[in-house]
Design a binder for this molecule. Structure first.
Ligand SMILES: [Zn+2]
Length: 615
């Protein structure tokens, strides 16, 4: 078999095994075209060839096919359940004894959803195997340090509910990195390279060593001692790898370099800084990491680090590479966010447009939502996509139960119902249902609350006479208003009690709802809107339903709270919410009926300011 035949043979076997021993030539062809890009130009040739080869393969038994594929050194994973999507956190490879894992962010800003992808599985695995979680702040690049992030990262982890056992700052560990640099120079596994960067690259790209590579360890040690006094760019310390490695990035990578910038924690104490791969590998070893989770964009870094482990004769931890997390419509870049904050485009790290954990927390996205999402995505190698829609869906499941319902009227307009009492009185007379109206008739809350306490003490009896019940009896049946309407805080949890709205015929409704037609003010009355004329139509829900009335929320014109809602695009919607919202505490999340979920963020001069979560 020539090379091409062998490739087709492999795909024919794979396809046949997948389908209980019988392959399909066009499926084989499709698999080759999608996986072997360089063969696409040979499509015409491959078509007939695969038909022949598939026919041959189909003559074999399934067992023979499986033997053949094993002979080719191909392992078929999860053959029987290959259709089932890998979900959740799979068991980690290797030993589950004394598991140590780490979350190792750069302090370049607060944590965002992308960080949670790394932090949450680490935390979960450590819990599962009763291991140890280390928080390691990787602050060896002064240019990528945003000093407040040191605290922010810890606050964000706390919000996520992640507890770590130990915390390390790499900027505290320079003397350790120097110690290992010297050890590597001594064993001739690292060398000082004084080549011009461009010259080195040229040689490297041709798989050729630079002249420095053959220097003795004594000579390298001499240069290493002079290193802190050299100018930037005049020298680097390199780790010897395979100068012919198929990936040029891996050939003799840089371990240490000169950095002039002042470091926010350690100032100008050091000039020689470790590169990420160097400090990470040394720390992972010294901190006894058993499993390292990292994105597959770090595959080459893992490969680089393996050389260091081999030079030092260290045991290599289990590296687990997971796929990219694509985030549709979620602004994530920390540097872009910082630029935007500095230019006053964003109000801060918790601007509702950002994907930082503090921004989404402010909007009422629950830590449990992010947790569930990341566990579901797991650490599989294939890429995953998340979107706000997905996050909102999970969050809604949690908030539905938790959040009490209230009315909020955005962009309010006043609506005064003409002829309300008359109409209603006629109805009542006709139907002779006076007894039921007694339940409805209640004076507005205020008159119940209002009598001054002094009065009560001094002349209790007189006051009693004035109490609502008497009022009800005395009130002529003609009046259906004012009426106090009670509506449950949560329709599924009636034990939470009711909110009360006083209905007196004058309400605010949303401008968007002020259109011609029959409209039901929820739990109050049905009205007929025609231009600016609003007239009473009927009372019951059934009537509204029969007339296919639109059913809308409202707040009393007299009793309401000024309310602002900061939307997810940072725009602000102003309006009124019902008076009972005054009882909410900052941090409470409510569901505004027909509007969406929102979190009370602050109270400013009797005005409530909410952040919108989602519908
Ligand atoms: Zn060199």
């Amino acid at each position: 078999m020539d090379k091409l035949e062998k490739i087709i043979y492999k795909y024919a076997l794979l396809n046949a095994i997948k389908h209980k021993g019988t392959g399909n030539p066009s499926a084989v062809m499709g698999a080759i075209m999608s996986s072997e890009k360089e063969l696409r130009s040979d499509a015409k040739k491959i078509g007939p060839m695969s038909a022949q080869i598939v026919a041959k393969v189909n003559e074999m038994s399934l067992e023979e096919q499986e033997n053949e594929i094993a002979n080719l050194g191909i392992k078929i994973e999860g053959n029987k359940q290959s259709n089932e999507k890998e979900k959740g956190l799979v068991e980690l490879p290797g030993s589950h004894e004394s598991v140590v894992m780490r979350f190792a962010p750069n302090p370049s800003g607060p944590l965002h959803i992308g960080h949670a992808r790394a932090a949450i599985p680490n935390s979960e695995y450590v819990k599962r195997y009763d291991g140890k979680l280390i928080l390691r702040i990787e602050d060896t690049d002064p240019k990528r340090i945003y000093p407040p992030a040191y605290d922010m990262i810890q606050e964000d982890l706390k919000w996520l509910g992640i507890e770590y056992d130990e915390i390390y700052y790499q900027s505290d560990r320079f003397s350790i990195y120097y110690e290992y640099a010297e050890k590597l120079i001594e064993i001739n596994a690292a060398y000082m390279c004084t080549c011009d960067g461009g010259d080195f690259k040229k040689l490297k790209d041709e798989c050729k060593p630079c002249p420095c590579r053959s220097n003795s360890s004594e000579k390298n040690m001499e240069l290493w001692k002079k290193f802190p006094n050299m100018e930037v760019g005049k020298a680097v310390l390199r780790i010897k790898t395979d100068i012919k490695h198929k990936n040029p990035a891996i050939r003799d990578w840089v371990a240490m370099r000169i950095v002039e910038e002042e470091h926010p924690r350690i100032g100008r104490k050091y000039r020689i800084y470790p590169m990420m791969n160097f400090s990470v590998a040394i720390d992972d070893h010294l901190m006894r990491m058993t499993h390292v989770l990292r994105g597959k964009d770090h595959l080459a870094n893992s490969e680089k680090q393996k050389y260091l482990y081999e030079h030092m004769n260290w045991e290599i931890p289990e590296f687990i590479h997971y796929g990219r997390l694509k985030m549709e419509d979620i602004a994530l870049s920390t540097s872009k966010a910082l630029d935007g904050i500095e230019e006053c485009i964003y109000s801060g790290w918790d601007d509702p447009r950002l994907g930082t954990l503090r921004a989404i927390a402010r909007r009422g996205i629950q830590n449990k939502t992010i947790y569930e999402l990341m566990i579901e995505i797991g650490v599989k190698m294939s890429d995953s996509t998340i979107s706000w829609k997905k996050i909102y869906g999970l969050n809604r499941n949690i908030l539905e139960k938790k959040s009490n319902r209230y009315f909020f009227v955005p962009n309010p307009v006043k609506l005064k119902i003409a002829n309300l009492n008359q109409k209603e009185a006629n109805n009542k007379d006709n139907n002779n249902t006076g007894s039921t109206t007694e339940n409805i008739i209640e004076p507005p809350e205020e008159s119940i609350i209002e009598p001054p306490k002094e009065n009560i003490i001094k002349t209790p009896k007189k006051n009693i006479i004035k109490t609502p019940k008497k009022n009800i009896i005395k009130t002529p049946k003609k009046n259906i208003i004012p009426e106090t309407i009670e509506r449950p805080l949560h329709p599924d949890y009636l034990d939470r009690g009711n909110r009360k709205l006083v209905f007196d015929g004058e309400v605010y409704i949303s401008k968007a709802d002020f259109t011609n037609g029959i409209t039901r003010l929820m739990d109050a009355v049905n009205v007929d809107i025609e231009g600016d004329n609003v007239t009473y139509n009927s009372k019951s829900f059934e009537e509204a339903r029969d007339m296919k009335a639109r059913i809308i929320q409202w707040v009393p014109a007299k009793y309401n709270v000024k309310t602002k809602i900061v939307m997810d695009d940072a725009s602000i919607i102003e309006g009124f919410s019902e008076k009972d919202c005054n009882k909410l505490n900052v941090g409470d999340i409510v569901q505004f009926e027909r509007f969406g979920f929102a979190r009370l963020d602050s109270v400013d001069n009797d005005e409530l300011i909410f952040y919108f979560a989602h519908k």
